[in-house]
Design a protein around this ligand. Sequence first.
Ligand SMILES: [Fe+2]
Length: 433
Amino acid sequence: MTPTRIAVQDREAAKRDTSLRGSAAERYTKVRRTSEALARPLAPDDYGLQAMPEVSPAKWHLAHTSWFFETFLLKPFLPGYREFHPQFGHLFNSYYNQVGSPFPRPQRGLLSRPTIEEVFRYRAHVDGAMTALLTTAEDEHWPVIAARTELGCHHEEQHQELFLTDIKYNLAINPLKPAYRDDLPPASAGAGVPLAWLAQPGGEQSIGHDGSGFAFDNEGPRHRVLLTPHAVASRLVTNGEYLEFMQAGGYRRPEFWLSDGWHAATGRHWQAPLYWEQRDGRWWVYTLGGLRPVNEHEPVCHISLYEADAYARWAGARLPTEAEWEALASRQPLTGNLREAGYLHPVPAASESPAQMFGDVWEWTQSAYSPYPGYRTAAGALGEYNGKFMANQFVLRGGSCVTPANHIRASYRNFFYPVDRWQLSGVRLARDA
Ligand SMILES: [Fe+2]
């Protein structure tokens, strides 16, 4: 090979390298600015609220996502990096026991310091160092840095969603029912799309991430499953349908409930989905846009797995398995009422079928959150990201109206405890053929 040719190749490789680094930096910056834009509607007094142990203060989310980049990228890879504060590793570590002892989750709301201003300075400090890292990293470390930066961006997008679900819970506790944003567009009233049953054949099906593009480790390995013939509902269960269940005494009839669910429903005095309240004989629902009348055509939202399951039994159906859900969803366009649609609230189904597979509400499945065949947790602290939670939780699919659009895919496995209701969780029915 001639020296000229080598020089050309080197120049091309350098260009490719620069553009890769440039796109990583661009993606990083975009994600970080989006988090800050989501915080803009908050009043200073909103930032520290933690109305229950499961939700985190807005301020904590903004700091924790910075801690992730600091811990897994800046400290190991940026020579001479000075951490912003020696105690922040303790305050803003969520659950990574291999890199220190996390501050107790239920007490995050007690941290009046650092102030919001300090947290934003922390973010700026990390951003400056990340820019330096992404432009100056040595080639030998670049593949790991690129992969971890991508993971850190997806991690921050997960927290953008949690930021919204948590601030909703924190604001809803207040009897004044303050809106997160007063300017959210209301959805159209909707016309009531009839529910159809979409027959699905049995047989072998491959599920799990196919390796193209980013995925979390819990989405693989891709593997084959055996499905029996079944049918899946063409759209989500609506508020109107759920009201029928309530009016039929659904919350008072143990025959529809799993044992743990019955204990949860009676012990916690559940009478309706979370955020519903009755005023002058009419049902209202708290949304990120404030209190609104319940729209019977919107998907029911903020129900636990137990309520979803009880509803399904009452309706003579069942919850889909995650494999049934993915088999159908993987053939659908990746569009829906996701965060960028701007509603931040589920909207009535349009007439296409199947409708609402992505966006609107996370769909409970009957599948326990467990490892796929051949799954191995990664070595080191990042192996704690997903794998250690594979007990006692259930899988939800499809994303919600507060999920970033580029954050969802057919293989995405979300997971929560069956009693949890503060995520935007709803239900799509299935039944055996
Ligand atoms: Fe996190």
